[in-house]
Design a protein around this ligand. Structure first.
Ligand SMILES: [Zn+2]
Length: 231
């Protein structure tokens, strides 16, 4: 009986050919890992726990923190629970697609771009669960809209940037956090020291608050590295 090679481990050739993950992959993986650690009780976010009661959940954090991925995860679970879902985003956010909420890893889900917050109230009448992405770009009326939807018995899941690149609370996000039943703050990883990031630092010229972009325009930094870099 000839010796058969052990197949439980890859041979040396496979190990040599194993591609090292890129920095972007590591950054994303670390953000996912921290997301797993963030919710104190992840099950409380599951829509099947509160199937009939209106409520507002906010997912906030800096860029690259996995906000949209978490929104998509919750919406997908609502669909599995056979709830009717509608997702909206401001028309300003057309980085990738006119009709989809798209996260940085391409994990997309169809959404409806709307010109203002009132449009959500009109278009979400049939939904059990309403997802809202990039909420920081909406007008202040989004607060009343979310309250109205929740008071109708709908579950509203809102994702948005908590601060702009200067560290100023962004648009309606502080008010949305205040009225929400549950707030989840997610974090990217500081690209300079590896601690949890708290701000999306702009690394190109410009002073406008509303500026959309990817890695080449922003970098996630922790408080310490941001203060050292800016001052
Ligand atoms: Zn840092």
């Amino acid at each position: 009986m000839p010796n058969t090679p052990c197949t439980a481990w890859p041979d040396r050739m496979e190990i040599r050919n194993f591609a090292l993950p890129s920095f972007a992959h590591l950054q994303y993986a670390m953000s996912k890992e921290t997301d797993i650690l963030q919710p104190k009780n992840p099950s409380m976010h599951d829509t099947e726990i509160y199937p009939q009661r209106g409520r507002i959940d906010v997912i906030c954090g800096s860029m690259f923190s996995g906000k949209t991925e978490e929104l998509i995860r919750r919406i997908r679970r609502a669909r599995i629970a056979r709830q009717r879902v509608e997702i909206f985003k401001p028309e300003i956010d057309t980085r990738y697609s006119e009709s989809e909420v798209v996260s940085h890893d391409g994990d997309a889900i169809v959404s409806t771009p709307v010109a203002n917050s009132q449009a959500i109230l009109l278009l979400a009448s049939e939904a059990d669960v309403v997802g809202i992405d990039e909420a920081q770009f909406f007008d202040p009326g989004i607060v009343d809209v979310c309250n109205a939807l929740a008071n109708q018995g709908k579950r509203v899941v809102v994702a948005g940037l908590d601060m702009d690149f200067k560290g100023t609370p962004f648009g309606p996000m502080p008010a949305l956090c205040a009225i929400a039943e549950d707030v989840t703050k997610v974090h990217a990883i500081c690209v300079r020291c590896g601690n949890l990031a708290y701000i999306s630092h702009r690394i190109v010229e410009g002073d406008r608050q509303v500026m959309l972009g990817e890695q080449h325009e922003y970098e996630p930094l922790c408080r310490h590295c941001y203060e050292r870099g800016v001052l």
